[in-house]
Design a protein around this ligand. Sequence first.
Ligand code: GLN
Length: 193
Amino acid sequence: MDARIGVLALQGDVSEHIRAFEEALRAAGCNSPVVPVKKPEDLAPLDALAIPGGESTTISRLIEKNGMYQPLSEFEGGIFATCAGMVLMASEADDPRVRTLGRMDMHVARNAFGRQRESHEVRLDVAGLDSPFPAVFIRAPVATRVGSGVQALGAIDRGIVAVRQGKHMAFSFHPELVGDLRLHTLFLKHLGR
Ligand code: GLN
């Protein structure tokens, strides 16, 4: 197994993503470092990219500022996106301040749990895993509609919270924070590296 992975490092929980992917790669027998991505040319050598949790309005603004919109919409590797990253992956979001990348055919609502529920954990059934995943939601979005090419991997009463479209996966919650790397491992498997 050999995969070159980067983490979009404009804002958000970048170091947590780097650590989680380095650990998942090591477990798969690959010691390559996971690198921060800030400029268009950083994407060139990569097989995959993580788009972290953070603030999607801020990340969107910084994507524009750094000339990353076009390169990210054309990046050919797999993308693993969490929370704010999931908002950015969508074809549409409910907040016009976020210019989504349109990488997954879905409509996403930001902060879908309301302000009174800043953060909570759910034991979530996810397609492809044989036992529930500890899903930590922090001011999380949900997908309110997904296209026919998008597979819903997990849902709760508010909407869809885990999706896959080809090599891309997106989660409303934060697999990078809980020390359970099964979703990272699944992503690496879909990458086919
Ligand atoms: N509420 C944030 C947003 O929509 C996402 C929060 C997170 O990434 N933990 O941008």
